[in-house]
Ligand binder design. Structure first.
Ligand code: CMC
Length: 440
C-alpha cells in the first residue's frame, strides 16, 4: 500500500525580519490541518520549538484517527465501540495490519498463521534464567523481545514486504508466550506452551494460570473481557511508545529491537504504566474513608500526587475506550464474589467522587482506559506487575502496523529533531591547575 502525496490547497504566510514565506497547509480525511514546515529552516534559519509535540504531526498515517474533543477513536475508519462489541482481537489485528476487515477465509488463514508462530525458540528460555526472580516483567519483556532480534536479524530483509509481514506475525504471535513465561518465571512455575485450539485471549489466560498438575478451566467471561481489552488497546496513533518505534525504525533498525524500545517507552506511569499505578494508588488510599484526602491532594498544586487513571493528553472528553471498559468492568464485578472485593469497591467509589468533583469536571479529567483495565486485571487475579505487559501485548499490533506503514512510505526519512540550545557558549579548554574548586 502506498500513500498518495498530499495536495496543498491552502497556504499560510509567515513573516519574519522583513521576509514573508508561504507555508502549505494540508488537510487529511478528518481532523485539524497541518502546516508544512519542511522548508522553514531553509527559508528562515528558524527551527520550530514544540516540547512534548503538542502541536506537531510527525507523520502521515492511514491507521488510527482520534478526535479528543468529541471522544472519537477509529481504527481504519471503524469506531472503537463497534469493533469492541461486534469484532474480536484477531479481526482487529488483521484490520490494523492490512486496512480492511477480513473475509471468513482471510480470517481463518490469519489466525492459523498467528498460531504457527506462537512458539519461541527454546534457547529463549535460557534468557529468563539470567533475570532475578523478582525482576519486573516489563524489564524482562524489554530484554527478551530485544533478544528476538538476535534470532531474526541476518535472515531479515526489512526492505522486503513479505519479510516485514512475517516479522509482524512473529511479534503478534510470540508476545503472549513471552509474557506468560515472564510471569511463570517470577513465581517459579514451569513455562506453559501455547495451545493452537485456544483463542488468543484464552491462550493468554492459560499461559498465565494453568499448571501441569491440574486442569485449568478458562472462564469465558474473563476471556471475552481480555479480548475486549486487547481490541481497545491495539492502537492509539502517534503516542509516546508508537513514536518511539517509528523513530527507532526510521534508522532501519531491526523491528524486534524497535518493539523492545516501544515496550520501554510504554512502561512509564504517564503512559502504559498507569494501569499498574492505579492499583498502587488504590492500595495507598486503602479505604473509601480516605478518598476525600486523596482528592484534595490531587488538586493541590504543591503536591505532585495525581489521580492515576484520570486525564489524557488527547481526550478532553470521555475516553471512548474507557466507556466500553467501564461496562466490562461492571460485568466482571457482577460475577460472584467480586462485589465484596474492597479494592474494587474503593475504585468504584473513587470514580463516582472524582466524576462529581468540580476540579475534575472543569479540567475535563475523566477516567481513562487504564483506570478500568487495572481494576479488571485485579479482579481476575492477574498480578499488578503484569498489567502493563498485557497492554504491551495488545499494542504490539498497533506498533507493528505503524512500523510497516512507515517502512512503505516513500516520504519516510530518518527522524532527527533539532533543539533550542541553552547551554554554555564557546569557551576554551581550562587546564586542570587553573580550574577553581567548586564549593558545594
Ligand atoms: N490528577 C490531578 N490533576 C491532573 C491529572 C490527574 N490525573 N491529570 C492532569 N491534571 C491537571 C494538571 O495538574 C493540570 O493542571 P493545571 O492546568 O492547573 O496545571 C491539568 O490537569 C492539565 O494536565 P497536563 O499534565 O498539562 O496534561 P497532559 O495532557 O500533559 O497530561 C496525562 C496527560 C495523562 C499525563 C495526565 O492527565 C496524567 O498524569 N494522568 C495520570 C496518569 C495516567 O492515568 N496516565 C494514563 C494515560 S492514558 C493511557 C495511555 O494513553 O498511555
Amino acid at each position: 500500500m502506498t500513500m498518495v502525496a498530499p495536495q496543498a490547497p491552502h497556504v499560510a504566510q509567515l513573516s519574519y525580519q522583513g521576509k514573508t514565506i508561504d507555508l502549505p497547509v494540508y488537510f487529511g480525511t478528518d481532523g485539524p490541518g497541518v502546516l508544512d514546515l519542511q522548508g522553514l529552516y531553509r527559508e528562515t534559519g528558524l527551527f520550530t520549538f514544540d516540547p512534548g509535540f503538542t502541536s506537531t504531526a510527525s507523520c502521515r498515517s492511514e491507521i488510527t484517527y482520534i478526535d479528543g474533543d468529541k471522544g472519537i477513536l477509529l481504527y481504519r475508519g471503524y469506531p472503537i465501540q463497534q469493533l469492541a462489541e461486534k469484532s474480536d482481537f484477531m479481526e482487529v489485528a488483521y484490520l490494523l495490519l492490512y486496512g480492511e476487515l477480513p473475509t471468513s477465509s482471510q480470517k481463518g488463514e490469519f489466525v492459523q498463521s498467528v498460531h504457527k508462530h506462537t512458539l519461541v525458540h527454546e534457547q529463549i528460555s535460557a534468557f529468563y534464567r539470567g533475570f532475578r526472580r523478582d525482576a519486573h516483567p516489563m524489564a524482562i519483556m524489554v530484554g527478551v523481545v530485544g533478544a528476538l532480534s538476535s534470532f531474526y536479524h541476518d535472515s531479515l530483509d526489512i526492505h522486503d514486504t513479505a519479510q516485514r509481514q512475517i516479522a509482524a506475525l512473529r511479534l503478534i504471535a510470540k508476545m503472549p508466550t513471552l509474557a506468560g513465561m515472564a510471569y511463570k518465571y517470577s513465581i517459579g512455575q514451569p513455562f506453559v506452551y501455547p495451545q493452537s485450539h485456544l483463542s488468543y485471549a484464552e491462550n493468554m489466560l492459560n499461559m498465565l494460570f494453568s499448571t501441569p498438575t491440574a486442569p485449568y478451566d478458562i472462564n469465558p467471561v474473563w476471556a471475552k473481557a481480555i479480548d475486549r481489552i486487547l481490541i481497545l488497546h491495539a492502537d492509539h496513533e502517534q503516542n509516546a511508545s508508537t513514536s518511539t518505534i517509528r523513530l527507532a525504525g526510521s534508522s532501519g533498525a531491526n523491528p524486534f529491537a524497535c518493539i523492545a524500545a516501544g515496550i520501554a517507552a510504554l512502561w512509564g506511569p504517564a503512559h502504559g504504566g498507569a494501569n499498574e499505578a492505579v492499583l498502587g494508588m488504590l492500595t495507598e488510599i486503602g479505604h473509601v474513608g480516605r478518598i476525600p484526602e486523596f482528592i484534595k491532594r490531587a488538586k493541590d498544586k504543591e503536591d505532585p500526587f495525581r489521580l492515576m487513571g484520570f486525564g489524557h493528553r488527547v481526550y478532553k472528553n470521555y475516553d471512548p475506550r474507557a466507556f466500553v471498559l467501564r461496562e466490562t468492568c461492571h460485568e466482571i464485578m457482577g460475577e460472584s464474589g467480586m462485589k465484596d472485593n474492597p479494592t474494587l469497591q474503593l475504585a468504584m467509589e473513587l470514580e463516582r467522587v472524582a466524576l462529581a468533583d468540580d476540579y475534575f469536571i472543569e479540567k475535563k479529567l475523566y477516567p481513562n482506559v487504564d483506570f478500568y483495565s487495572g481494576i479488571i486485571f485485579r479482579a481476575m487475579g492477574i498480578p499488578v506487575s503484569m498489567f502493563t505487559v498485557l497492554f504491551a501485548i495488545a499494542r504490539t499490533v498497533g506498533w507493528i502496523s505503524q512500523w510497516k506503514e512507515m517502512m512503505a512510505d516513500p516520504m519516510q526519512k530518518i527522524g532527527r529533531p533539532r533543539q533550542l540550545y541553552v547551554g554554555q557558549g564557546y569557551r576554551d579548554f581550562i587546564p586542570m591547575e587553573k580550574r577553581l574548586e567548586e564549593k558545594t
